[in-house]
Design a protein around this ligand. Structure first.
Ligand SMILES: Nc1ncnc2c1ncn2[C@@H]1O[C@H](COP(=O)(O)OP(=O)(O)OP(=O)(O)O)[C@@H](O)[C@H]1O
Length: 242
């Protein structure tokens, strides 16, 4: 296993003549939580779209696990390899229970197929981790927004991801739910997993991120700890000071 989970190398994504990602290079290691922040339109979602196979770059590579350029892989091949994403808007199956959702996540994603008892154990373990044990038999449609977010994190987690991408996981959550999500994200850290979080809530980012990459106009404006990010003049000018 490489120490680097994702190596983004000279990546450019164009929409017509506009460069949403502009010759971007960055490395994300196993064992870390990396926050990707920056103003609207900086290219954060586009970066996640490339890593998850939704958008094809014009130039550059994304090496997964030090060896595989995933920019030509299909979305499903990328997901099967263990790169999994929770999208910004919760989209649960209203008529299925919480347990059924986690089962789908485990069944679709788990790289070594589980037998029935192992699957039940896995579901219970995931429910415990995301704090939804008591809601296991409830229909997803009855859950509040926070619980839906944790359910979706649970679905992704059930697949035992190597790279876990979370797109604005605390948008629309209360302060208490945000705090609980921060604790959850930190509990998902493992030496063989990289967690990439796109988020606008800077207090949340400070709580979870080992390192922060600030994007601006498709390039890295700054990279470092949140303390250093907050102190950087250029970052304050284009983003934090607004
Ligand atoms: N399919 C597309 N066609 C044309 N332009 C696009 C497309 N997708 C994204 N863009 C443009 O690329 C730029 C980067 O968008 P992106 O969604 O990656 O930004 P972001 O940093 O995620 O912003 P936000 O914080 O608002 O989510 C924006 O100017 C956006 O309008």
């Amino acid at each position: 296993m490489s120490l680097t989970a994702l190596l983004v190398d000279g990546l450019t994504v164009r929409f017509g003549s506009f460069r949403a990602i502009d010759d971007l290079s960055l490395a994300i290691d196993y064992g870390e939580v990396r926050a990707v922040i920056g103003p609207n339109g900086a290219g954060k979602t586009t970066l996640l779209d490339v890593i998850s196979g939704i958008t094809r770059p014009k130039q550059g590579r994304v090496l997964f696990d030090g060896a595989h350029d995933i920019t030509r892989w299909s979305e499903s091949a990328i997901a099967r390899a263990g790169l999994r994403r929770k999208f910004q808007k919760p989209s649960v199956f209203e008529g299925l229970t919480v347990r059924q959702h986690i089962a789908i996540g485990a069944d679709v994603g788990f790289r070594s197929r589980l037998d029935a008892p192992a699957l039940e154990d896995r579901i219970s373990e995931v429910l415990e981790t995301v704090g939804l044990t008591e809601q296991g038999e409830r229909l997803a449609g009855e859950l509040g927004h926070g619980h839906k977010q944790w359910l979706e994190i649970g679905m992704v987690l059930a697949s035992d991801p190597r790279v876990l991408m979370l797109d604005e996981p605390v948008a629309g959550l209360t302060d208490e739910e945000t705090e609980r999500t921060a604790r959850l994200v930190r509990a998902l850290v493992r030496p063989d997993r990289a967690i990439v979080v796109v988020e606008h809530d800077m207090d949340f980012v400070e709580r979870i991120a080992d390192r922060v990459t600030v994007l601006h106009e498709g390039r890295t404006l700054f990279e470092g700890s949140m303390d250093k990010v907050r102190a950087d003049k250029a970052v304050v000018e284009v983003y934090l000071g607004r």
